[in-house]
Design a protein around this ligand. Structure first.
Ligand code: SF4
Ligand code: SF4
Length: 528
């Protein structure tokens, strides 16, 4: 029954709970074709641009690098490799801010570009349509491909065990639901064949039979362009499905629910339903890795908002300072008031535009004063229930924030804190202006911190107990050794006495035989 519903992914549309209809503002950045900004003089490439551990720099200051050369290895296999976005020379390997909401720093490789943008020979997979899934996954891993929709989870790890996990459908997420962001829409509009080919590559790498590209029904000609590309490529296994434009439709779980009517179980993964979900740009990056042999070095970034003179989508090299993208989009307008990375719902404010573009950067949004919601004083919760009504994860945001505020993180976790996708719908409707999503981000971070501390304390306690047990054992072994030695000394004395008695008996017998009276030791003579 469930299998039937899943097999018909996208044939009938469903609804996910909650959500909001928001003003799109996307057309602002879609007026111009995608352009490449000038090659930056310096690229700052963070070694951590994905979920999982930081990559390990494999170059040193002074090394020359070619475009696409590996500069960050992934020895653990749990992160992603990092490559030089252009040719030049390494001028620093140092800690810098890495484009993160918390403003945290990380190891970055700084490259002074030489303007040649010179590639070494690339190594594509010879015939990807015949290649086995494992080879394709290895190629995608070697290219450092991660989810470009925001989660930045290493793509090869999502693909791993595809057929064994029973993946039958790859969903390509083109539902770019945050207002203002249009980089995926422009990619689909300008390069529909690349997107469809990328879908086929991912299907082969996952061992899936079906492909669905989901786009929003407001994307106009994009759907027709993709359908045409699928026909031209002669593969009818890829379908294009238009879904209603409701925020946060682009959330992986919400999209799957829309296309199948099924909910990914709490704590589970789409793979549990036989589905692999990947972003449009990720499909293109996987295609480039496999068919062109090119690692992930660049991405579409929407540079938009009324604080930018000429909003547009730019094809930016990773490591490009955000300020240079704004310059390429005409610079800041006099009214520019806030710089945001990401959209207005889930993005975060950036204080310094020298931070680099990373694999997760889909939008640079510069708002002017009129677009910024005036900060309203926070009022007490009036239990109106609006936040619960719009929550796509079926949570009770008012209760969550109460537990987090009062430090009852375990209770917040019990009622689903980890299921919050931080979409901000609850924030947007709260009449008391409570920054709910901010509380949930804080609650999750604190809860994970506490879990780490608990795990650390548990490990320390286990180490202490193991040491105590070792000491006890050593003490017991020492006591046993002493006892054995004592026993040995006693038995040695006894043996000596027995020998002496035997000698005496023999002597007495000899004397008796000789008829002599038994001898007695003289004074001063040793007693044998
Ligand atoms: S919307 Fe705001 S005021 Fe209403 S219940 Fe939720 S938290 Fe309370
Ligand atoms: S931010 Fe979390 S709690 Fe609020 S609406 Fe979104 S999923 Fe629900």
């Amino acid at each position: 029954m469930i299998l039937d519903e899943v097999n018909a992914v996208g044939e009938r549309l469903h609804r996910f709970p909650g959500g909001l209809r928001l003003r799109h503002h996307k057309q602002v950045a879609c007026q111009q074709p995608v352009e490449r900004p000038p090659l930056p003089a310096v690229l700052v490439v963070p070694m951590r641009q994905q979920a999982g551990p930081e990559a390990t720099p494999v170059v040193s200051v002074g090394d020359p690098v070619l475009k696409g050369q590996l500069i960050g290895g992934d020895p653990s296999g749990l992160g992603a490799r990092v490559h030089a976005p252009s040719s030049g020379r390494v001028t620093a390997v140092e800690q810098r801010r890495i484009g993160h909401p918390t403003g945290q720093t990380g190891t970055c490789v700084v490259i002074k570009t030489d303007g040649l943008d010179e590639w070494p020979p690339t190594e594509p997979v010879p015939d990807w349509r015949e290649a086995c899934a494992v080879d394709l996954q290895a190629q995608i891993q070697a290219a450092g491909v991660v989810g470009l929709g925001g989660a930045v989870f290493p793509t090869d790890r999502k693909l791993d065990g595809g057929r064994a996990a029973g993946i039958h459908t790859v969903i390509i997420n083109g539902a770019e639901c945050e207002p203002w962001i249009a980089c995926d829409e422009m990619l689909m509009r300008e390069h529909p064949r690349r997107v469809v080919t990328g879908t086929l590559v991912l299907m082969r790498a996952a061992g899936a039979e079906h492909g669905v590209i989901a786009i929003e029904d407001q994307m106009g000609a994009v759907g027709a362009a993709l359908e045409r590309a699928a026909v031209e490529l002669g593969d009818d296994r890829v379908r294009v499905v238009r879904i209603p434009t409701i925020y946060p439709e682009g959330g992986e779980r919400q999209l799957i629910q829309t296309l199948t009517g099924l909910e990914v179980p709490a704590g589970g993964l789409p793979q549990d339903l036989g589905i692999l979900c990947q972003n449009v740009a990720t499909a293109d990056a996987a295609r480039a890795a496999v068919i062109d042999g090119q690692p992930l070095l660049e991405r579409n970034v929407t540079v938009t908002g009324n604080g930018v003179a000429r909003p547009r989508v730019l094809r930016a090299l990773l490591g490009t300072p955000v300020g240079e993208l704004v310059t390429a989009a005409g610079g800041y307008t006099p009214g520019a008031a806030r710089l945001v990375i990401g959209g207005p719902m889930m993005g975060y404010a950036l204080h310094d535009d020298s931070e680099p573009v990373v694999k997760a950067t889909n939008c640079v949004l510069v708002l002017d004063q009129a677009e910024i919601r005036p900060t309203q004083p926070e009022m007490p919760c009036i239990r109106c229930g609006e936040c619960a009504r719009v929550c796509p994860a079926r949570l009770m945001p008012q209760d969550l924030q109460f537990f987090i505020r009062s430090g009852q993180l375990d209770s917040a976790t019990d009622i689903g804190l980890e299921a919050c996708i931080e979409c901000g719908c609850c924030d947007a409707v709260c009449p008391s202006h409570i920054p709910l999503a901010e509380w949930f981000r804080h609650g999750k971070a604190e809860s994970r911190h506490q879990a780490r501390e608990r795990a650390f304390a548990d490990r320390a306690r286990e180490r202490h107990q193991a040491r105590e047990a070792r000491l006890e054992q050593a003490k017991a072994e020492k006591a046993a050794r002493m006892a054995r030695r004592k026993l040995k000394l006693v038995s040695d004395d006894e043996r000596k006495r027995q020998v002496a008695r035997a000698i005496e008996r023999a002597k007495a017998a000899r004397e008796k035989q000789a008829g002599a009276p038994p001898s007695t030791p003289r004074d001063g003579e040793p007693d044998e």
